[in-house]
Design a binder for this molecule. Sequence first.
Ligand SMILES: [Cu+2]
Length: 145
Amino acid sequence: MKTSFLPRLALGAAFLLAMSGAALAERTPSPAGAEVYIVSPKDGAKIKGPVTVVFGLKGMGIAPAGIKFDNTGHHHLLIDADVPADLSLPLAANEHSVHFGKGQTETTLTLPPGKHTLQLVLADSLHTPHDPAVISKKITITVSK
Ligand SMILES: [Cu+2]
C-alpha cells in the first residue's frame, strides 16, 4: 500500500481546524468593522448633575437580551470598571456593569461628584462579548454637583 505524507497532514490540519471551531463556537462572532462607541458625553467632559450617556453602534444591530439574531447584541455600560479579563464569560450585572437588555441606546446616570470612567461593551443574547469583542474606548468624565 502506498502511503503519502500529504493527505495525513491535510487530515491533521482539518482535525485541528475542527477542534478550534468547536472551541470558538461558544462565542458569537462579530462582523469585521463592527464598532461600539460613546456618542456623548465626550471624553474629558465636565458635567453638572445627571449624566446622559448616548450609545453608538456601527456595523451591527441591537436585539434585546435573549433574542439570538446574527450580528446583533445589546449594550453594557462599564462604570468605573475595566473590561473583564475573561471575555468568554457573560458580563457581570452590578452597579459597575449595567445591562441594557431591552435594547436601550441611552441612559441617564446619577454619579457622585468626581472623576468617572465609562466604557461600552456589546454582548450577545446570553450577555457574553462577541468574538472579536466589540468594545468602545474608555472615556473619563468629571461630575460636579
Ligand atoms: Cu446583558
